[in-house]
Design a protein around this ligand. Structure first.
Ligand SMILES: C[S@@+](CC[C@H](N)C(=O)[O-])C[C@H]1O[C@@H](n2cnc3c(N)ncnc32)[C@H](O)[C@@H]1O
Length: 267
């Protein structure tokens, strides 16, 4: 598989593990729920994944279209929707597609792209196609809200020969114990962090050397002034930019860049 493609899909192949890893991440869900309540009307979520946000949105009463590239993530989202009452789950519509190139034939008053999904836009062309699609699907007065990480130079320049963040965990589906660790190589030219997630089995009943599974994740870094310029260049005005999901001001050491934008009319 091509390197960038692996970096886009591998982290999302084990959707049960994805949900387990991010089960405590609630602040962003609350933020997007608040935006949906404030804006009203239908929501389009780009990179909807397992429905971590989409499911709470439909439970809140919103009609939500969720687009994602990953079949395993969409399958898990479908399973979660199946557990809801029929009148609730019919408010959701899932579409498999690429957010750099899709046509749904209608516009939405709110489009969201949560949890770093835009960090899978690796090139200028990817970004241009993505923003053009958002423009085509947003109503004239509509809002586009998203968040991406704030590049952390200390983290990006970490020694790539070491393994970091070693923790032990139990896989939610198989019950097997693993050591998790991670490292990455940052390419300052393309601004891509080539991340590797290591899953090393704790037990080794066969007596053989345990096989560590390596999952690749490629994350394009979007630096603050670059991102503001990109948003403007692609025909949006920034309504707000925060450094987190509780309205905190954006600062150099903020974890995230949380944006709300509207179309400016000029591209
Ligand atoms: C970090 S997950 C976020 C999922 C969900 N929004 C959430 O908050 O849990 C990023 C999602 O973006 C999807 N994705 C990545 N590249 C994509 C693309 N080009 N088109 C559509 N979806 C994409 C992945 O499959 C993944 O489900």
């Amino acid at each position: 598989m091509e390197r960038l493609q692996r970096g886009t899909v591998e982290h999302y192949e084990d959707a049960a593990l994805y949900d387990h890893e991010y089960r405590r991440r609630r602040a962003d869900v609350n933020f997007y729920r608040t935006q949906a309540r404030r804006v009203g009307g239908e929501v389009l979520e780009l990179g909807a994944g397992t429905g971590r946000l989409l499911v709470p949105l439909v439970r809140d009463g919103h009609v939500v279209a969720g687009l994602d590239l990953s079949q395993p993530m969409l399958r898990r989202c479908t399973e979660r929707l199946r557990r809801l009452k029929p009148q609730v789950r019919t408010r959701a519509r899932l579409v498999r597609g690429d957010f750099r190139q899709f046509t749904l034939g209608r516009r939405f008053p709110l489009i969201v792209c949560p949890f770093n999904a835009m960090m899978h836009l690796y090139t200028r062309e990817d970004l241009a196609r993505f923003f053009a699609c958002v423009r085509q699907h947003l109503t004239a007065e509509g809002e586009f809200a998203f968040d991406v990480l704030n590049p952390d130079l200390g983290w990006l320049m970490r020694d790539p020969t070491k393994r970091w963040a070693r923790t032990r965990f139990t896989h939610p589906a198989t019950g097997k114990a693993y050591y998790y660790s991670t490292n990455h190589i940052y390419d300052p030219v393309t601004q891509i962090a080539w991340i590797r997630l290591f899953y090393e089995p704790v037990e080794n009943p066969s007596g053989r050397i345990p096989r560590t599974q390596v999952v690749h994740l490629a994350h394009r870094q979007l630096f603050p002034e670059e991102l503001a310029a990109l948003v403007e260049h692609h025909g949006f005005v920034v309504v707000s930019r925060h450094g987190g999901f509780s309205g905190e001001p954006f600062a150099g050491d903020s974890d995230s860049q949380v944006y709300r934008c509207r179309m400016s009319g000029d591209v």
